[in-house]
Design a protein around this ligand. Structure first.
Ligand code: GLA
Length: 375
């Protein structure tokens, strides 16, 4: 017979080592706002095991990175089933439901990643206003209608503004006129009266563009059109926008009577290759060795600087937690971030909280620290 003390020792020896369970981001911020991630199919089809596990552990809101954009979900010029491809979007929504997540649809009306035929008639000539409105309505009713009651919020219109706050001359604007935004929101509301509806844009921390967004929201509200929140993309740089600019924009939005959702947060750590900060996906630049300095890993001082930058950003968000209902990162791990290829292709960027292997970075700890600091 073994003595009790020997048995206890044996038990301890054979018990698996207690791994300190990492507090999920969504838990740390549960009293403040939802924590979201943009997903590519590797995550929502669960083929990327490491990434999927991170999504389930840390995030309670999801956005499809590309699979609901017009060119993916409605690639062919047909209003019936032949025009649409719901395969990935269906899987994305099912994944969110299975995991009890807040599901975002992204995005209904945008000038990028939309096929050219959308703006043309059967002869290949520009469509007229009535024709394009009809096409827009049909698209929105079909897509939003399909996921009615399942997708909780939609990015209805993306990036309608220029940097100076005027309306972007997109085909939507040119053909329909500036009420295309109001109509898009109306159609989305018609298709799912319960869904939250957002206007989503980048660089809203800069005054001129911010004022454009404020005008746009005011106009919608004056017309009695439902808009739930401004989506501020927050594709940030290490030094821009400043914490003060982020704070100023949140204060300005507060007066509008809408919420704010941070829709696409990441921090570009690489040297700038465009003169102005932009998230316009059509921007292109050449990668040079100087603009791609961290191909074999992010040095410690940069890890620390990134952690500090994330802490400063979250400190502002937390200060405005009554206004902000969600903070979504544009991706999960650095490996699949769009910033490895934007605005210059083939660079090695480090914009998120998890590294290429899915391990939390010092920036992750810094964000968790901020969550604790406000409690
Ligand atoms: C914009 C869009 C997103 C995405 C990013 C880059 O911000 O809203 O869908 O394309 O650009 O990935």
């Amino acid at each position: 017979m073994l003595k009790r003390s020997t048995m206890a020792c044996l038990l301890i020896l054979f018990l698996p080592a207690a791994v300190p369970a990492q507090t999920p981001l969504k838990e740390a911020f549960k009293k403040d706002f939802r924590i979201g991630a943009a997903l590519n199919p590797g995550y929502f089809t669960e083929t990327d095991a490491v990434g999927t596990a991170l999504v389930k552990q840390h995030f309670n809101a999801i956005t499809p990175e590309n699979d609901m954009k017009w060119e993916r979900i409605h690639p062919r010029p047909d209003a019936g089933p032949a025009g649409y491809n719901f395969e990935n979007a269906d899987k994305y929504v099912a994944f969110g439901e299975k995991n009890g997540m807040f599901i975002i649809g992204h995005c209904l009306v945008w000038h990028s990643q939309v096929p050219r035929w959308v703006f043309q008639n059967a002869e290949g000539k520009p469509l007229d206003r009535a024709g394009l409105l009809q096409r827009m309505r049909e698209h929105i009713l079909t897509v939003v209608g399909r996921y009615k009651g399942r997708v909780n919020g939609w990015d209805v219109v993306n990036e309608a503004l220029n940097e100076d706050g005027t309306m972007r001359k997109s085909p939507w604007f040119d053909i329909i006129g500036d009420d295309y935004i109001a109509r898009a929101f109306e159609y989305a509301h018609e298709a799912d009266p319960q869904a939250e509806l957002y206007y989503n844009d980048y660089n809203l921390e800069y005054e001129a563009k911010r004022n454009g967004a404020i005008e746009l929201v005011k106009k919608l509200k004056q017309q009695g059109i439902k808009i739930t929140a401004i989506g501020t993309q927050s594709h940030d740089k290490m030094d821009r926008p400043t914490a003060q600019q982020i704070e100023d924009s949140l204060n300005a939005f507060k007066a509008l009577g809408v919420k704010v959702v941070v829709t696409e947060l990441d921090v570009d750590v690489l040297p700038a290759v465009t003169r102005q900060p932009t998230a316009d996906v059509s921007a292109r630049a050449e990668a040079t060795p100087n603009s791609n300095p961290y191909t074999s890993g992010l040095p410690d001082d940069m890890q620390k600087a990134l952690a500090k930058r994330y802490a400063e950003i979250f400190a502002v968000f937390l200060k405005h937690k009554d206004l902000i209902t969600r903070v979504t990162f544009w991706g999960v791990t650095d490996r699949y971030s769009w910033l490895n290829n934007f605005p210059a292709a083939g660079r090695t960027n480090y914009p998120l909280l998890f590294d290429r292997e899915g391990k939390p970075k010092p920036a992750f700890d810094a964000v968790m620290q901020e969550a604790k600091a406000v409690k």
